[in-house]
Design a protein around this ligand. Structure first.
Ligand code: ANZ
Ligand code: ZN
Length: 808
């Protein structure tokens, strides 16, 4: 008998699928579209197990939807610009373009080995001029709408990657570079920003209309950090200047006994008296080297210096000292605070250390007390509750103000491997955007790309010498490149029409395919990519380029695949599972199924090398069973049918079909596979007594192959054709289960009224009390006996009886 050889089966079908264009995205207008998107990979090397864990199951999901009659777009491409590729290229001393192209090629071949339904004619590579031309176009769109601007400021700087980083790219308790783990420092630079803060409220509101994991939505809300409070002004004594503060507790203004400016605050230099100048300057210099997280650490002893200046508390009219301290951050609120030591822990600690006045203004047992309560020591407001007083004091001493933790998105990078920012600087005309018809501003391939802290392009006169688009005089090009998160903030718009050279996306096609119906990817992108993509979508919506407001209707976060030791895979731990090895030995189908069988998809889990043998056995059993059927179906003698056994086979098949259908809708891959394994076991038992021939077996095997097809596309295609079909199994339609066949045999439940048997119901075993009671109440005899009476009690004995106690 013909034995299962995954290698031959898989390469055979991959070739045929490619030749016949099986996975070309359908254009059938009569069918529902379904845009199933998986986060695209960085081409930083080989495809690893994590990639497989993302792409295998999402392909299964896409295939399932296709078989369910939807017209599916399930594309793949490469997020090819950026630091990972550039760093890897530097390490190996080859040009990033070459390195990236090599990786794209390898990874494409690896992705193909997975047997996924990607339409490769719709692939994208963000580092190609045909793509980044439109990333530059996007920049111009933002520039036009005054949402792209250049500003000087203290930026996060990674000393190892030698570039600035967005706030979102500074991670972990020690403020590390998201890419390389080096602690981030500060550097003052002039940089390009996207004004994402202008969309803060809409980014919050939009979360209500999308089906995303609540956890991710909450992470975005926290990141945006909307805070409603008041902006109050404190005049500086003997000066025209005033200190503005943002506070969420205007009700404590009578307790503001000193003020603090962040070390970077512009007033520091102006208000500091000459007597204190030396000390203040020394202090501000030290503060610049500290990270934000370090400065906000509540455990750290508070430090600060007095400026010599005083401000007037507008409520008490008292003179209060102005200090500089690094626990106040420059980037939040106004960069200054009114300190209320009685009711704020940090202020309290600071006041104790430097012996400053503490005035209780909310009645408290013990200080500091940060809760709400009854106002005291606050003149006319005494006796009111804090919420009420807060409203009045806000009006009297300032105005209501909404503040956000989120900062604008810093998008310029002093690195080579990214899309050049399409701007030129002219001495006469100032900052000029490159006209759209002159795009792309091409990234030169022949440059020294090693990082020096300056953009490598700034050492390439061929690149930076330009003509001013306005006066045609000599001008200088911007030499920073864009953050790669700009590339990925719009890539989902490109897939439906990736080779369009007239526009970033075709309006009609976009209208047809977008928004994305299902997005699948890792939780590590909860903030960065997902927030940027939502922002850019809203910007393009406002520019009337697209009609929708949210890019991804549904989001699914898969879990993480771990090494066999249950730890995160890493080369240093030696627990890395290389997918190529396993695919080589076991075949892609087995590997795919193993990954999906491992555990719930949203949880991930450790790779278990012995577990994969089980999935291999399973596929082998499917193969052998089909072979046995093929060789016996025409030769076995027809001895008549055994209806009970045939019914058992049909019932087992349809129950499994129902389970797999329901599970796949909610990414329940592991339970769907378990059900299929059970079915195969059942089939092996039945074939002992039910000869492997005839329609019942043919139908059951076909259903089995179809529901297995999204998981194991190669073996099912092969067996499908062996069963005598000419068209691909992957374009057949998903079988519909027969509800009757999925039901277990019914049992009898007796209905009593006041202890007397009045009716008998047939119900499925294990039916719930609610279902049985509903059935019982609908029964004619029960209705008759309860007419004009009140049911005061229901007694239910599962699978046996229900008793209604009734009263006239
Ligand atoms: C007076 C006050 C009294 C405050 C009180 C709190 C309690 P959220 O909710 O995070 O918005 N604050 C404002 N700007 C700051 C900065 N740049 N660096 C450090 N702290 C800053 O917090 C707002 C509160 O954080 C503000 O309200 C301010 O302290 C502080 F009993 O003002 B509060
Ligand atoms: Zn000019």
């Amino acid at each position: 008998m013909n034995s299962y050889n995954p290698k031959t089966v898989e390469s055979k079908w991959q070739k045929i699928w490619e030749e016949t264009g099986l996975y070309k995205t359908e254009t059938d207008k009569s069918r529902h579209k379904f845009y199933c998107l998986v986060m695209f990979p960085y081409p930083s090397g080989d495809l690893h197990s994590g990639h497989w864990y993302c792409f295998g199951p999402s392909d299964t999901f896409a295939r399932f939807n296709r078989m369910q009659g939807k017209k599916v777009l399930h594309p793949i491409g490469f997020d090819a610009f950026g630091l990972p590729a550039e760093n890897a290229a530097i390490k190996r001393d080859i040009a990033p373009a070459k390195w990236t192209a090599g990786n794209v090629k390898t990874m494409t071949a690896q992705l193909k080995s997975m047997g996924a339904m990607y339409d490769w004619s719709k692939s994208i590579d963000t580092s190609r001029p045909e793509y980044y031309r439109w990333t530059q176009w996007l920049f111009l769109k933002l520039y036009e709408q005054k949402l792209a601007y250049r500003a000087k400021g203290w930026q996060n700087w990674c000393p190892s990657c030698q570039t600035v980083l967005a706030n979102e790219q500074v991670i972990g308790p020690n403020n590390e570079c998201e890419r390389c783990g080096t602690p981030v420092t500060k550097k003052e630079l002039e940089q390009w920003f996207f004004k994402i803060t202008e969309y803060a409220d809409r980014l919050l509101e939009g979360l209500e209309e999308i089906e995303w994991p609540e956890k991710i939505k909450q992470m975005q809300r926290n990141w945006i950090g909307r805070s409603v409070g008041a902006e109050l002004e404190f005049k500086i004594e003997g000066s025209k200047s005033a200190i503005k503060v943002f506070t969420t507790r205007a009700d404590t203004i009578y307790g503001a006994t000193y003020m603090v400016l962040a070390p970077e605050h512009e007033l520091v230099g102006r208000v500091t008296t000459s007597e204190h100048q030396h000390e203040v300057e020394k202090y501000t210099r030290q503060a610049a080297s500290k990270s934000e997280v370090e400065r906000m650490d509540t455990e750290r002893a508070k430090t600060g210096v007095f400026t010599g200046a005083y401000a007037i508390n507008p409520a008490t009219k008292e003179k209060i000292p102005v200090w500089v301290a690094d626990y106040v951050l420059a980037g939040y609120g106004t960069g200054a605070i009114m300190a209320v030591p009685a009711h704020d822990e940090r202020d309290y600690e600071f006041a104790k250390k430097f012996d400053l006045t503490v005035t209780e203004v909310i009645k408290a047992g013990e200080l500091p007390y940060s809760g709400e309560g009854e106002i005291t020591n606050s003149g006319e407001f005494d006796g009111q509750n804090s919420a009420e007083a807060r409203e009045k004091m806000t009006k009297q001493f300032g105005r209501e103000k909404v503040n956000y933790k989120m900062r604008d998105w810093l998008i310029s990078r002093q690195r080579y491997w990214g899309a050049p920012i399409p701007i030129v600087y002219c001495d006469t005309c100032g900052t000029q955007p490159v006209p759209e018809d002159q795009l792309p501003v091409e990234l030169p391939l022949e440059v020294k790309f090693k990082p020096t802290g300056k953009s490598p392009l700034s050492e390439s006169p061929d690149f930076y010498e330009a003509k001013c688009p306005k006066c045609k005089g000599p001008a200088r090009r911007e030499t920073d490149t864009m953050d790669t998160f700009v590339d990925s903030s719009w890539y989902f718009l490109r897939y439906p029409d990736p080779n369009n050279n007239k526009a970033a996306f075709d309006k009609e096609k976009t209208k047809h395919w977008l928004p994305v119906d299902q997005y699948i990817g890792g939780v590590e992108h909860a903030i960065l990519h997902l927030l940027y993509a939502r922002f850019i979508t809203k910007v393009l919506h406002d520019a009337k380029e697209i009609e929708f407001n949210e890019p991804f209707k549904r989001l699914f976060n898969q879990g993480l695949i771990l090494g066999p030791d249950g730890q995160k895979m890493s080369k240093s731990r030696g627990n890395v599972i290389n997918p190529d090895d396993w695919v080589g030995d076991y075949g892609a189908d087995t590997f795919r199924i193993y990954l999906m069988f491992m555990g719930p998809y949203e949880q991930g889990g450790p790779f278990n090398p012995s577990g994969i043998d089980g999935t291999k056995r399973f596929l082998n059993r499917v193969w052998v069973l089909t072979q046995e059927y093929l060789s016996s179906k025409d030769t076995l003698e027809d001895k008549g049918t055994d209806q009970a056994l045939e019914a058992a086979l049909a019932s087992a098949t349809h129950k499994t079909l129902k389970k797999v259908t329901e599970d796949l809708q909610v990414f329940g891959f592991n339970t769907a596979i378990a059900a299929q394994m059970e079915l195969v076991n059942e089939m092996y038992k039945l074939k002992k007594d039910l000869p492997l021939r005839g329609d019942v077996w043919q139908e059951s095997l076909e259903i089995l192959l179809k529901i297995l097809a999204p998981f194991a596309p190669h073996i099912t295609e092969e067996l499908w054709q062996q069963l005598g079909h000419k068209e691909s199994i992957h374009i057949t339609s998903w079988p519909v289960f027969d509800e009757k066949l999925t039901q277990d045999e019914l049992i009898e439940v007796v209905v009593q009224i006041n202890g007397k048997v009045r009716a008998a119901l047939s119900a499925a075993p294990g039916a719930s009390q609610a279902d049985i009671v509903e059935l019982a109440k609908a029964h004619e005899a029960v209705q008759r006996h309860t007419e004009d009476k009140k049911i005061i009690k229901e007694i239910y004995v599962p699978d046996k009886l229900v008793n209604f106690v009734v009263k006239e």
